[in-house]
Design a protein around this ligand. Structure first.
Ligand code: SF4
Length: 342
């Protein structure tokens, strides 16, 4: 049975350690929320450098950055209805809740769950307003349910929300963004998976960051969805001190492929206040792609992307393999001329 842990001191007690004073200071601004399953993945031999611990428990660096914005991607300015963000021509993001199975320290929507945040679950009125906004823009064909974590809603409410969008003929794809398979896999029951599978338009986008998160439990949660015909793709954030190593990411992507979850995106950390200490810089992300090119198939290799400030959208980045009409081979050892057309 999962147990939710709502404070830095309770998390420290769970781990059997003294509460570090800096955890208490961070907890006041960016509250700690964890659970017994996810904290159970921490290998205490790694001390404070454990990759799961670094994702879920505080770091005083969260308080260092006072100049970055909480919403540098300008989501608030791109709303076409309350809680509905439109950045791209054919799709919108819907913030259905601010609740999560744990507060990830690198979260780019920290503003939704920091101590002074106030965002309730989506109301019927808000849903109606969104439907009206979509009908006014028939070119929008895709809805991404996000938050927070939509799977924190009760089954009935989640299904009701998916049904509202699914019944709109103009909507062809519904993406459900969730970290539940990773952080609270028992939440995905056979019954929930059965109900979700009724929606042909539904895709699940999950969020594994480290091979240690691919456990029998999280694999089983994904299997429940996949075996019922729901596609599951994964997004990873490149995080300094967690997964900023080509070898670790190769392990992660191989493990995901083995459970039939397609590595879809590898994102650089967004320039959000309180998360910048996780930023690696862009070059290490390109290095990961260079390393993977000779080792892993395209099925296992995600697209590396940055999300531009000011609502500029995602930009996919690739290493540059070309030099004077020649291209580096897949092992980056030799330049080979490509016989392009005259
Ligand atoms: S589950 Fe997603 S929305 Fe929630 S804290 Fe983690 S990254 Fe942020």
């Amino acid at each position: 049975m999962i147990r939710f842990i709502h404070s830095a001191s309770a998390a420290a007690e769970f781990l059997g350690i003294e509460t570090p004073p800096e955890w208490m200071a961070v907890d006041k601004i960016y509250p700690v929320l964890a659970n017994s399953y996810y904290l159970g993945l921490i290998d205490r031999n790694n001390g404070f450098d454990d990759p799961v611990l670094r994702q879920i428990l505080p770091d005083d660096a969260e308080l260092d950055d006072l100049s970055s914005e909480f919403d540098p991607l300008a989501e608030a300015q791109q709303m076409i209805a309350p809680r509905m963000i439109r950045r791209f021509y054919d799709r919108v993001v819907v913030l259905v809740t601010a609740k999560c199975a744990g507060h990830c320290r690198f979260c780019f929507r920290k503003r939704l769950w920091k101590s002074d945040a106030e965002l309730n679950d989506i109301s019927n009125r808000e849903l109606e307003d969104m439907v009206a906004a979509l009908k006014a823009h028939p070119e929008i064909e895709e809805v991404l349910l996000s938050g927070g974590d939509p799977m924190m809603l009760a089954d009935e409410r989640l299904i009701e929300i998916i049904r509202v969008f699914s019944e709109l003929e103009q909507i062809k794809v519904i993406r459900l963004g969730t970290r539940i398979p990773v952080m609270f896999p028992d939440r995905i029951t056979g019954q929930l998976a059965e109900k979700l599978a009724e929606f042909e338009k539904l895709w699940v986008l999950t969020h594994f960051n480290h091979p240690n998160e691919v456990t029998p439990e999280s694999s089983n949660a994904c299997r429940k969805l996949i075996s019922r015909g729901i596609w599951v793709l994964n997004q990873t954030v490149l995080l300094k001190g967690v997964n900023d190593s080509p070898e670790i990411l190769e392990q992660l992507f191989r493990k995901l492929l083995a459970i039939k979850v397609k590595p879809h995106y590898l994102f650089h950390v967004d320039p959000v206040r309180g998360v910048r200490h996780f930023a690696t810089g862009i070059e290490p992300g390109l290095e990961v792609l260079r390393y993977l090119r000779g080792r892993l198939s395209s099925l296992g290799t995600p697209t590396f992307a940055i999300d531009l400030p000011e609502g500029g959208g995602k930009v996919a980045l690739q290493p540059d393999y070309e030099e004077n009409g020649c291209f580096w081979d897949i092992h980056n050892k030799k330049l080979i001329k490509y016989p392009d057309k005259e």
